[in-house]
Design a binder for this molecule. Structure first.
Ligand SMILES: [Zn+2]
Length: 502
């Protein structure tokens, strides 16, 4: 047992929630649920990033104040997470007073250390990224992410002396070889650091929609440096040292590869400058592509979670993104892939097993579920499956964890096919086979509950158990023999009705 602090990026409030945001958030939620099962003290943080020029401009275009714009979009993220059964412990908004206090405290600390100085900055700026680009980083003058022209900006700014941190960052990463996963992203971050680091402009005078700089009120902090601090705000930085030290630096940041530079280079340097340890783990995932392209509002290829939930349900949605998109490389979303995975793994494998077993218990055991055998052929499978999935969740590989879990479902189905209890007369032989299958379903309900909390609770209820699988604790709950027998097993509607596509 320990602590498990997991974060998503905070999402920018000029964009509506789409399946790219959902992918990261569902992954964080499943990890948090897994760690609750193993008895860790979990803190799962998500939220919204609400400052910056983009929000100010978007608000103006919509005839709103920036705060109204932020309130509206933040609410849409909360609604999406409630739809997807996301059990976060805290939802931070960067416009909250607690966050302003933390940003000011942290950056005052860096200023006091002498690593923030005034200078003039002129450069090409992508308003959508809220970032300056070097000419060599642009593609025909366009932002490489947004494919829109960068604008020439010039202002007197405070700069963070990032250039002083090149060697310290390299040393730190050398001493912490597992801080960034996967390995390819660690190499990418080290490459950026080795290229040489330029000082960063971290304040703006050209807008008001931000956190005021405490030592010079003509400036606000540039949105990125304000946003990153959210990870500290939520665990009590500057206000609750005991709590802060319990969760920092043992954090797991989940991020997309487009924000690698901010999280793997700028953020650790800022923390070092403030006398804090860099984050212990940064897990970088690829883009979730649609038809081979990154989703974006400007390209109108963004898919909202609700569109898909209408077809495959909340748990079908969650399962798909956890199982079908290995965490790390780019994933390509397709509706055909979603339906194929749903039909194969959920309707056929899990759904079929449950309905088969509950029907047979009805016809052969008068609806009373028998106990499993102490030395079932499935026991060894269950043990291996638990170990493989526990290791995979620890490596932030939900796709492998679920693949392992589904092996128990497949083997149980195969076991039934081989034994053919539907052909046999009721009696101890049939009871033994069905007891084993019920026990396998019980274990699957525990192991898959991080991915599909509602469906697993329903499996639990139908095989006659009380409470819910999420209240159980691993590894005990995965040990063979937990199904007591003598419980009412209920038949019900298909848990995952098959989807027919024309
Ligand atoms: Zn951009």
């Amino acid at each position: 047992m320990g602590t498990f602090y997991v974060t998503t990026p905070i999402y920018y409030v000029n964009d509506a929630p789409h399946i790219g945001h959902a992918y990261t958030t569902v992954t964080a939620d499943a990890l948090a649920r897994w760690h609750r099962l193993v008895g860790d003290e979990v803190f799962f943080l998500t939220g919204t990033d609400e400052h910056g020029l983009n929000v100010q401009r978007r608000a103006e275009a919509n005839g709103l104040s920036p705060q109204e714009q932020a309130d509206r979009t933040s609410e849409r993220f909360k609604d999406a997470w409630s739809l997807l059964n996301i059990a976060y412990d805290d939802f931070i908004r960067t416009t909250e007073p607690r966050h302003h206090r933390a940003v000011q405290a942290l950056l005052q600390q860096v200023h006091d250390s002498g690593d923030i100085e005034m200078s003039t900055y002129e450069g090409l700026y992508c308003v959508s990224c809220e970032a300056y680009y070097g000419e060599d980083e642009l593609e025909d003058g366009n932002c490489p992410v947004h494919k829109r022209p960068a604008e020439l900006f010039k202002e007197d700014n405070y700069f963070f002396a990032l250039s002083r941190y090149q060697q310290r960052l390299l040393d730190w990463y050398e001493a912490h070889p597992h801080a960034i996963t996967p390995e390819s992203k660690r190499n990418e971050a080290l490459g950026l650091i080795r290229q040489g680091l330029q000082d960063l402009s971290i304040t703006r005078t050209s807008l008001r929609w931000g956190v005021p700089v405490p030592w010079d009120r003509a400036h606000v902090f540039y949105v990125w440096y304000d946003a990153l601090v959210n990870y500290l705000t939520a665990i009590g930085y500057g206000e609750d040292d005991e709590r802060f030290n319990r969760f920092w630096p043992a954090v797991h940041h989940l991020i997309g590869k487009d924000i690698l530079r901010f999280h793997c280079v700028y953020w650790p340097a800022m923390l070092l400058a403030a006398g804090l340890e860099p984050p212990q783990r940064i897990h970088v995932h690829g883009y979730l592509l649609v038809g081979g392209e990154k989703m974006s509002k400007t390209r109108l290829n963004a898919i909202g979670p609700a569109d898909l939930v209408a077809d495959v349900g909340v748990d079908g949605f969650r399962y798909h993104f956890l199982r079908d998109t290995p965490f790390g490389p780019d994933g390509d979303f397709s509706y055909e892939g979603l339906v194929a995975r749903y039909n194969a793994d959920l309707a056929n494998n899990l759904g079929n097993l449950l309905s088969r077993v509950s029907t047979l218990v009805g016809s052969k055991c008068a609806g009373i579920g028998p106990a499993p055998r102490p030395h079932s052929p499935l026991e060894a499978v269950a043990t291996e499956v638990y170990e493989a999935s526990a290791q995979a969740w620890d490596r932030v590989a939900p796709s492998e964890a679920l693949e392992a879990t589904w092996r128990l479902i497949r083997e149980t189905n195969a076991h039934l096919e081989a034994e053919e209890p539907w052909k046999a007369e009721p009696g101890p032989e049939v009871d033994a086979v069905l007891g084993d299958a019920l026990e396998a379903l019980r274990i699957v309900a525990v192991l898959a509950t991080p991915a599909m909390p509602a469906a697993c609770a329903e499996v639990w209820r139908r095989i006659g158990l009380s409470g819910s699988p999420s209240e159980r604790r691993l590894p005990d709950a995965a040990r063979w023999g937990g199904y007591p027998g003598g419980l009412d097993v209920q038949k019900g509607k298909p848990l995952f009705p098959r989807i027919h596509v024309d």
